[in-house]
Design a protein around this ligand. Sequence first.
Ligand code: CP
Ligand code: NVA
Length: 300
Amino acid sequence: MKHLLKLADLTSKEIIDLLNMADQLKFEKKNGIDHPHLKGKTLGMIFTKASTRTRVSFEVGMYQLGGNALFLSGNDMQIGRGEPAEDTARVLSKYLDGIMIRTYAQSEVEKLAAFGTIPVINGLTDYCHPCQVLADLMTIREFKGSFKGKKLCFVGDGNNMANSLIVGCIKVGMNIAIACPKGYEPDAELIKWGYESGKLQITDDVRKAAEGADVLYTDVWASMGQEAEAKARRAAFKGFCIDSELMKAANSDAMVLHCLPAHRGEEITAEVLEAHAKEIFEEAENRMHAQKAVMVTLMK
Ligand code: CP
Ligand code: NVA
């Protein structure tokens, strides 16, 4: 494993190895055991989109590993004024030991990896959000004990989260159902790959998707960059919401996850979010442990 550009590049074993290391790092952190695996190393964090969790969890995670993290606002860098990713990658490779980038186009992330000589970590693109799904899988295993035969139901937009969940869930042996309105399906190639595995279901029937689910998952109806579509999306996604009624269709001990930020009253009700705050905020915490495992694996 040289980079984390998308989960599809990882084998099932590589994903499980990362999750095992994340559990170990979490245990050490909780028990006051230092783990300065990246002493003297520096991670550059390029953001051309907003972030709370990703930015803080990477920065603090790097600090806990004995290293340094630089926040690089894409808008203030020359890349924001048109300097090609090909050149940015070669320059940053001279100073840094790793790059984390959050941006729009997946191709930008792939270019940094192709032209640089240091590991590149995808901190979210329009296409996928692999770091989030590693934390999600870590949280599912923590609460449910195992993956095999478990079912996750994703309610809402076939966006970056849906794309990464399809790959992540199937690679660890879970079944996944996506409930989305027609026209808002996930990436077509991933759907094809998922169908071939026999572990994916796509439907616009939210109840049907939630039946027998061990995990209910949702995300915002309009992602970053889709602000202009927000009104139309609110109409299209009406009913694609995790509420107490939908919870009844899932297994009685179903957990709820949300990558956050959440829009209460849209994709999830305040009632369900608060009832499942324990796992949702553990999921947010696990971002840091999972990403520390990624950084150690790629940068040590
Ligand atoms: N879930 C997530 O990536 O959160 P941020 O946008 O706050 O980083
Ligand atoms: N789909 C959301 C995820 C935010 C973490 C977005 O891209 O804005």
